[in-house]
Design a protein around this ligand. Sequence first.
Ligand SMILES: [Cu+2]
Length: 167
Amino acid sequence: MQTPISLRACVRLFLLFLCLSAHAAHALEARLQPLTRASSRQVYMVTLIPPPEGVAINRMHSWQVRLSNAEGKPVEKATFRIDGGMPQHNHGLPTRPQVTQNRGHGIYLLEGMRFNMPGWWELTLHIESEKQKDRVNFQILIDLPPAPGAAPAQAGQHSGMNMPGGK
Ligand SMILES: [Cu+2]
């Protein structure tokens, strides 16, 4: 009875493959899922859209921000100030990300995003439009290895960064 055994092995291999690919797809989806949050006074709904190519350590990325009001209507003429950092490491962002483009329909281009080490990052968007000011905090887990060719992040190497609240 050679055939049933090899058939069973084949089915097992196939199931394993399905399982692995489902797992990989799930991980990718979790990473690329839109991050949507209400601002602290519920003035805005804010979605962070990661770069389509994914996020790699020590690479500059452009993200997008989708901004709407509490009723879900796109907010067209907003200005942003971005800060953040790693609360667990007590340091700020290695770059100064800025919204550089209003793409219309409540979509804004956020350039200059870079994470120089894995871990928990906090990103705060201070948003202002039509005299409505509010802020929103995002927690972003970066758990990826350094990009090929990028300088590896060194533990404890925190000099030269913007401290939260600093100039
Ligand atoms: Cu850090």
